[in-house]
Write a protein that binds this ligand. Structure first.
Ligand code: ADP
Ligand code: MG
Length: 662
């Protein structure tokens, strides 16, 4: 059977700052299963370097290394990691336990990377064996040095290794604790585990069965220890080993347990650096807040505009009087004349084109309406009876006025819901008499509710017959507007052209003069508004992109700091079997946890701002589930994109960093 360890001509050369340093100069070494070897030598003689090569943490510069006959130089990094986690345990001088992590979790860590079940039970079992059954929940800073080293030994044992490397395991301990630790190591060897221990103290090496001395990178003596010192081996030490060499990395799927462990440790890392994490989340938080709030308000505004537009009726073309532009900045009335629209224009327009369904004149103005001791300022619209149909304004309660009432200039009025509430509260206004600019009107109906969309309250108005409004209230001779209903959207352009040429003829405009009126079509207005909202979305997208990049850089920065701060931890995790992928995923999860925390806080804050605006300023705000989802996905994505580089950097660190990094 092949020896457990077989080194032939192993050398190690470091290249530092242009110079070369030959640390190992051709080591030949054979270690059989079950041995207890002490490696001795002066400081700097290459003991740690040799142990790291033996423990597959580092590769030799030349020479061959066979572990149970397997040439380990052919193994990939991840196969090496798998072999380490199943076969080899480490005990370091500096203990290398994870801070703020319980003894139980520290001991269970190697099993996280093998994916074996029953982690907590097995870790507790080993800790009990090593005499720490009552310290399971203690963090390293709540344990003595000797206890910390026992936790480290338990961690080395948890995966039932065949081989344990201990690099000056008692170097940081007081002598009584050193005795205890030695006792544990001897017991492990008694139970069948091969033990290689580095030390430079003779009375420590005296416990070993074989002592190898190295100097200047060469083995200078290799002897059986005839006067082996009896150790106070504690009872109850058992060891069960894996059957053969296992160097198949665990499955590539991320187990739920590993995932939740990473999420837990990510949240722990964020919590233990609260201020720092909060500051790095700020970019994402502000960006997401702005996007959510602006989207909500923009959507609300769009919705209220849509309601207003649809309440105006479809297929509507509006004709307004306007002074001609005369080239002097287009000032209104600069040429001294306003165009005028009269009732005979309305009649002519009705005959202008077969596509005209109906047309009606309108006037409007601001008035004061009084009932009893209540009064309101509102707008008065004078309209023809067909207004009810053209504008979807059939009386919701009561009735609309008739053509006769218009002809007779009857003083009858319909009130919008806002006016009703202001003057009558909950009482029924129909049949009452109100004063409009000191003219008495009988209320005959209530207009349907159109919705008070954002900018202008459509329900804050009074509608009376056109002639009554012109002659008795507003004192107008001309119309303020003519509304024209077309037979369908396909007729609109032709109708507009016919009305335009008709009006130019009626106003006797020579060819070189511009129109002295304006024709507006609701479809155009709608298109203009959609155009505006497209620009709005584009701006919003730019704001979002900039803030996510800024936020992402913040997160990347803090992750880079975190990776270099935690080099020891990363190296240790790799030493005990973490693959590159496992480390990459751990740090990615941390970055994503941070960015989604920022994103979620941003969503909450953005919604609060949007609804605050809606409540206090009366703006409409609509938070759609899509916008929340979008913000969430984007903030998580930012974490992945900007966390990737730092996480990759972490995953590529070599395991010996843990042992060298100060
Ligand atoms: P020991 O454990 O016997 O005290 P080491 O094996 O740690 O000695 O180191 C042996 C020599 O190699 C030392 O002189 C040290 O400075 C050098 N050395 C160790 N690691 C590195 C490295 N990563 N780069 C350069 N030199 C190193
Ligand atoms: Mg050393």
């Amino acid at each position: 059977m092949a020896p457990l360890i077989e080194l032939r001509g192993v050398t190690k050369t470091y290249f530092v700052g242009g110079g070369r340093l030959d640390v190992l100069n051709g080591i030949d070494l054979t270690i059989e299963a079950g041995e207890f070897v002490a490696i001795m030598g002066p400081s700097g003689s290459g003991k740690s370097t040799l142990t790291q090569i033996l423990g597959l943490l580092d590769r030799p510069t030349s020479g061959s290394y066979k572990l149970m006959g397997l040439d380990v130089s052919a193994l990939s990094d991840d196969e090496g990691a798998a072999l380490r986690s199943r076969t080899i345990g480490f005990v370091f001088q500096m203990f290398n336990l994870l801070a703020r992590t319980s003894a139980l979790d520290n001991v269970g860590l190697p099993m996280l990377y093998t994916g074996d079940p029953g982690r907590a039970e097995r870790a507790a079992e080993v800790l009990r064996e090593i005499g720490l059954g009552d310290r399971l929940d203690h963090a390293p800073n709540q344990l003595s040095g000797g206890q910390q080293q026992r936790v480290a030994i338990a961690r080395a044992l948890v995966n039932k290794p065949r081989l344990i490397f201990a690099d000056e395991p008692t170097g940081n301990l007081a002598s009584d604790q050193a005795e205890e630790i030695l006792g544990r190591l001897v017991a492990m060897n008694d139970a069948g585990i091969t033990l290689v221990m580095v030390t430079h103290e003779l009375d420590i090496a005296a416990h070993a069965k074989r002592i190898i001395k190295i100097k200047d990178g060469l083995v200078v003596s290799d002897e059986k220890n005839e006067q082996r010192r009896a150790s106070p081996a504690p009872a109850g030490a058992r060891a069960v080993m894996a059957d053969g060499l296992v160097c198949v990395p665990p499955s590539r799927e991320l187990s739920l347990e590993e995932f939740s462990e990473h999420v837990r440790s990510a949240l722990g890392a964020i919590r233990s650096n609260k201020l720092r994490s909060a500051l790095s989340m700020l970019g994402i938080l502000i960006g997401v807040t702005a996007v959510i709030a602006m989207l909500a308000i923009g959507k609300g505004a769009q919705k209220s505009v849509e309601t207003q537009l649809s309440s105006l009726g479809s297929n509507l073309v509006m004709l307004f009087p306007r002074a001609p532009r005369d080239g002097h900045g287009g000032a209104r009335g600069a040429s001294g004349s306003f165009s005028r629209l009269a009732m005979d224009d309305v009649a002519a327009i009705r005959r202008a084109h077969p596509g005209v369904l109906r047309s009606a004149g309108e006037v409007s103005g601001n008035v004061q309406a009084v009932f009893g001791d209540k009064n309101v300022n509102t707008s008065l619209t004078g309209a023809e009876p067909v207004y009810a149909d053209m504008r979807n304004a059939q009386a919701y309660h009561g009735r609309f006025f008739t053509a006769e009432e218009n002809e007779q200039m009857a003083r009858v009025a319909l009130l919008g819901p806002t006016v009703v509430t202001a003057l009558f509260g909950d009482a029924d206004p129909v049949g009452r008499t109100i004063n409009v600019n000191s003219v008495k009107f009988k209320v005959i109906g209530v207009l349907p509710r159109k919705g008070s969309g954002g900018f202008q309250d459509q329900d804050d108005k009074i509608v009376v017959p056109l002639k009554t409004a012109m002659k008795k209230v507003l004192g107008r001779q001309y119309l303020g507007m003519v509304s024209i209903e077309t037979a369908g959207p396909d007729q609109t352009d032709a109708v507009i052209e016919s009305v335009r040429s008709l009006m130019r003829k009626r106003h006797r405009l020579p060819d070189y003069k511009d129109d002295d009126f304006t024709l507006r079509n609701m479809a155009e207005i709608q298109a203009a508004l959609t155009g505006t909202s497209k620009i709005f979305s584009l701006l919003l997208g730019i704001v979002a992109a900039i803030s996510l990049v800024v936020g992402g850089i913040g997160i990347m920065n803090i992750m880079l700091v975190s990776v270099s701060e935690r080099t020891r931890e990363i190296g240790l995790r790799k030493a005990i079997g973490a693959t590159r992928r496992a480390v990459l995923i751990q740090f990615l999860i941390e970055a994503v946890a941070m960015s989604t925390c920022g994103g979620l806080l941003g969503i909450a804050l953005g919604m609060a701002i949007a609804f605050g605006m809606a409540y206090f300023a009366g703006w409409a705000a609509v938070v759609t589930p899509q916008s929340v989802l979008l913000a969430f996905v984007f903030s998580a994505g930012t974490g992945i994109v900007f966390g990737f580089w730092p996480a990759r950097k972490a995953s590529l660190l070599s395991p010996i960093e843990a042992l060298r990094y100060e």
